[in-house]
Write a protein that binds this ligand. Structure first.
Ligand SMILES: Nc1ncnc2c1ncn2[C@@H]1O[C@H](COP(=O)(O)OP(=O)(O)OP(=O)(O)O)[C@@H](O)[C@H]1O
Ligand SMILES: [Mg+2]
Length: 235
């Protein structure tokens, strides 16, 4: 089952007479449970790709299909519903709501989807437990370190049981130690819960931690490599 299919995605931006092609005919399939890094230099189109797959922005040409449902031609409400039920987001700047506690931040996506407060709280507490922050649930983001804030953001991204978590440079504002912790955590959750992950990075030290590396340059996929499948011992 494919979680995401993109068909010849193109995104162009216009400024007066100049045109910038941020993505050019990008076709990418993401299978269930994949753990993928999209890497490439600044300006190569990583954020543009994340925003298009996440239905946060519309392509100039091409199509995004999430879990078999094309996003093309959907009303805003239907597109939001597809996004809110299928995809979790993690951002470079954590993007937690400063006036809400860690627990309230994690509960929010469920409440937006109409889940009762009691159920949302229960689910959010279990996810905060999973990211080892249960004892910080009453803290507001400003009282948490960067690494802790990103762990809250990961709990928030997972609370709706998404098929896919999209993380645009989740480690860019973290030191190496915390960056590794976040990748380990995403990896563990990927294996335990089965959510697919796609994260962007320009840190090639993280590339040996993933199953699949999609290399973008000037808006084009120049390589898409999977780690060799581990073969069990011969019987
Ligand atoms: N809103 C926008 N308006 C105009 N041009 C844009 C916009 N967003 C991105 N671009 C351009 O599209 C290209 C791809 O940008 P994008 O942000 O996707 O790159 P990136 O790989 O995420 O870079 P970085 O590593 O710096 O985050 C760049 O040339 C950028 O200037
Ligand atoms: Mg970017």
């Amino acid at each position: 089952m494919k979680v995401v299919e993109t068909r010849k995605l193109k995104k162009t931006y216009h400024f007066g007479d100049t045109e910038v092609t941020a993505l050019d005919e990008v076709s990418l399939d993401i299978e269930e449970r994949e753990f993928i890094a999209v890497w490439g230099p600044s300006g190569s189109g990583k954020s543009t790709l994340c925003n298009l797959i996440g239905l946060l922005d519309a392509p100039s040409e091409g199509e995004v299909i999430i879990n078999g449902h094309s996003a093309e031609g959907l009303s805003d409400a239907k597109r939001s519903e597809l996004r809110n039920t299928s995809i979790g987001f993690v951002f470079q700047n954590f993007n937690l709501i400063p006036v809400l506690t860690a627990l309230e931040n994690v509960m929010l996506p469920l409440q937006i989807n109409g889940v009762s407060k009691e159920l949302a709280r229960e689910k959010a507490e279990s996810l905060l437990d999973e990211v080892e922050l249960k004892d910080r649930k009453g803290h507001r983001p400003q009282k948490l370190s960067g690494g802790q804030q990103q762990r809250v953001a990961i709990a928030r991204a997972l609370v709706t049981d998404p098929l896919l978590v999209l993380a645009d440079e989740p480690t860019a504002n973290l030191d190496t130690y915390n960056a590794n912790l976040i990748i380990d955590l995403m990896r563990r959750i990927n294996q335990d819960k089965g959510a697919a992950f796609l994260f962007s990075t320009h840190d090639d030290r993280l590339l040996d931690r993933v199953d699949r590396r999609v290399h973008l340059q000037d808006g084009v996929i120049v390589s898409d490599e999977r780690s060799p499948v581990e073969v069990g011992s011969p019987t």
